[in-house]
Design a protein around this ligand. Structure first.
Ligand SMILES: [Zn+2]
Ligand SMILES: [Zn+2]
Length: 84
């Protein structure tokens, strides 16, 4: 089951479980669509995996299987310059 993390690892923007802006990799590293496109070119900076749209969990399922509330933030992996 997806943990549905509550924020973008780059900019800490809130990404609620019904957000269509959330992008994840296969390890559920989670980013907003803006960071995924503009900063990361669709590639996860942690695992080099592909970032895809996170599926929205229906509200009824969220009651039974709530989203994660644990915020993950790794801004160092999200530099807009490729220099690092
Ligand atoms: Zn972001
Ligand atoms: Zn990843």
């Amino acid at each position: 089951m997806l943990s549905l993390r509550p924020n973008c690892e780059c900019c800490d923007r809130d990404l609620p479980p019904d957000s269509r802006e959330a992008m994840i990799c296969t390890f559920e590293c989670t980013f907003c669509a803006d960071c995924a496109e503009a900063k990361l070119s669709g590639i996860c900076p942690n695992c080099s995996g592909e970032l895809v749209c996170r599926p929205v969990r229906p509200a009824a399922m969220l009651k039974k299987y709530p989203a994660s509330t644990e915020r993950v933030l790794k801004p160092q992996g999200c530099a807009s310059e490729k220099a690092a």
